[in-house]
Design a binder for this molecule. Structure first.
Ligand code: SF4
Length: 392
């Protein structure tokens, strides 16, 4: 492997941080995230002990202290269950351990059903500069089927409040919902647009294994109807100047999510908290992947024992190629050719055969400096990725 292709000066290589907050008021029936319903305990019981564990994990991550953090993302679960004071403790610990870029993007995911205005003001005061609201739908019937803990009014009020306070907000929405019609969809899109968000993440509802919906499948729109809904979303958001830059992501100018762009460009990231994953370039230019214990109690215990990681491994050449493509080909504008070698350490010449095959099948196009999926490649992303699954 041509390891010298990676920029040896790791100080210049941006690093993102993900912080996982694993609790929710209620487990949604479609959700396969590492999220745990608060049953016999209150969030106050969990918040202090879990925040302490996060601070300990941050404190033992000094191997990477030289690196510059360009984004922090509080995801979950429901991070908006945590008080601004706990979020502040975590941000301060990160800024003591690492160099934070001046305009570091700091996102916090919030559930409209946990909306506390003083919390939102507090998040802003402690440095959160982007809020991502898990709206999913503005239709009360759909919200009920999805077992969300908020209704349409709460969703709208939370989004308006976030809009007033923050200069960068994202709305998470879902389509192809049980019994959803095109009229329902357009109502959702228009309500979202009325809030004037900077970014919209529009996900197709998928039925994942180990979810309640998998056990008791709801009646979903047909594939053709879902595809039509996807087209309506793309067209309507384009008419409102949203750039469709990734499979599910739409942004106003300069409002692309920096944190997610780093994943899609196969950059380095550190994950703190239960089940959080990390991928990091080492001094010797190998790339290491590791993750924390998934169960929150196990995670807290593992921190006490000073050994929070499971599944530590170096990525093989095949994994580097496939994982790079799996992420970067989600970007509709594709990726810069030099990014492939700088973020994998592998020359593009080594995958010439695969690139030619993808181009022959009209799934990819190549320009002097870019590689980009065609519309066909975006529609048949799995077929395109399979080409890069071979042994090298
Ligand atoms: S609120 Fe979000 S993370 Fe929690 S269960 Fe529902 S979908 Fe999952």
């Amino acid at each position: 492997m041509a390891k010298n292709l990676i920029d040896n000066n790791l100080d210049n290589k941006p690093l993102s941080i993900y912080v996982h907050i694993p609790w929710c008021i209620h487990k949604c029936p479609y959700c396969d995230f590492n999220s745990h319903e608060l049953r016999n305990s209150s969030i106050e019981d969990q918040e202090k002990i879990y925040t302490d564990a996060l601070l300990s994990q941050i404190a033992i991550s000094n191997d990477y202290s030289r690196r510059t953090i360009h984004s922090i993302f509080f995801g979950g679960g429901t991070p908006s269950l945590f008080s601004p004071d706990s979020i502040n403790r975590i941000i301060l610990a990160i800024s003591h351990q690492f160099k934070l870029m001046n305009d570091c993007e700091i996102t916090l995911e919030a559930n409209p059903g946990t909306m506390d205005k003083s919390y939102f003001e507090g998040y802003k005061q402690v440095g959160v500069n982007r809020v991502s609201l898990g709206i999913q739908s503005f239709n009360n019937g759909h919200l009920k089927i999805l077992e969300r803990i908020h209704d349409k009014e709460q969703a709208f009020e939370a989004a308006q409040w976030a809009r007033k306070l923050f200069s960068n907000i994202n709305l998470d929405l879902m389509f192809a919902l049980p019994n959803q019609t095109q009229t329902d969809l357009l109502e959702d899109i228009n309500t979202a647009l009325a809030i004037k968000p900077d970014h919209i993440s529009y996900y197709h509802l998928t039925i994942e294994p180990n979810t309640i919906f998998h056990k008791f499948p709801p009646s979903l729109p047909s594939e053709d109807d879902s595809a039509d809904m996807g087209d309506i979303i793309i067209q309507t958001l384009a008419e409102h100047n949203f750039h469709h830059y990734e499979t599910s992501a739409f942004a106003k100018e300069f409002k692309h999510c920096r944190h997610n762009m780093n994943y899609w460009e196969f950059g380095d990231y550190l994950g703190f908290g239960a089940g959080a994953h990390s991928k990091i370039t080492l001094e010797d230019n190998h790339q290491k992947r590791f993750s924390c214990y998934k169960n929150p109690s196990q995670y807290i215990d593992s921190i006490k024992k000073n050994s929070p990681f499971i599944e530590e491994k170096l990525l093989t050449q095949n994994e580097l190629i496939f994982e790079f493509m799996m992420n970067a080909l989600r970007l509709n504008q594709g990726f810069k050719k030099k990014l492939f070698s700088s973020n994998t350490g592998i020359s593009l010449d080594q995958i010439k055969k695969e690139l030619d095959e993808a181009k022959d099948k009209k799934l990819l196009v190549e320009t002097s400096d870019m590689i980009k999926p065609t519309i066909l490649g975006q529609q048949f992303l799995n077929e395109l990725l399979q080409i890069f699954m071979r042994d090298h």
